[in-house]
Design a protein around this ligand. Structure first.
Ligand code: RB5
Length: 148
């Protein structure tokens, strides 16, 4: 069974709940790392456990939600081995898997509505990494991580 780890800050907590219900309706395993309350929190505190669970192979993929998705993507991409893509359309979501092998999808609750968010997730989950020349480019990204 595929397992997806999800996280949000206060700015993404409502959309995160909708996403969890949707994934569970599709019989996808979900782990929620929070936030669990609506008070103001800091998005790196949720990007970090989601990213680490993926690199430690405790989950297959991750979904992070904040107000825009931007803070989550910046934070998650600091973790070696993470390729987090913030998108607000289904085409980019599909390409982020096919070409970039994104392992985290970042969404903005203040940017996309529930319907669009779920269609983005569908496109993302249905897509498959195409390898080949894209593999070489991802290897080059991994080399950049070694320069830090
Ligand atoms: C919180 O106000 C907001 O800054 C956060 O959810 C996110 O949009 C940051 O990128």
């Amino acid at each position: 069974m595929m397992k997806i780890v999800v996280g949000s800050d206060h700015g993404g907590i409502h959309l995160k709940k909708e996403i969890i219900a949707y994934l569970e309706s599709k019989e996808i395993g979900v782990e929620d790392v929070g936030a669990f309350v609506e008070e103001s929190v800091d998005y790196p505190d949720y990007a970090s456990p989601v990213a680490n669970k993926i690199v430690n192979k405790e989950a297959d993929l991750g979904i992070l939600v904040c107000g825009t998705g931007i803070g989550m993507s910046i934070a998650a991409n600091k973790i070696r081995g993470i390729r987090a893509a913030v998108v607000s359309d289904a085409f980019s979501a599909r390409m982020s898997r096919e070409h970039n092998n994104a392992n985290i999808l970042c969404l903005g609750e203040r940017v996309v509505g529930r319907g669009l968010a779920l269609s983005i997730i569908d496109a993302w989950l249905e897509a498959t990494f195409q390898g080949s020349r894209h593999e070489r480019r991802i290897e080059k990204i991994a080399q950049l991580e070694e320069l830090r």
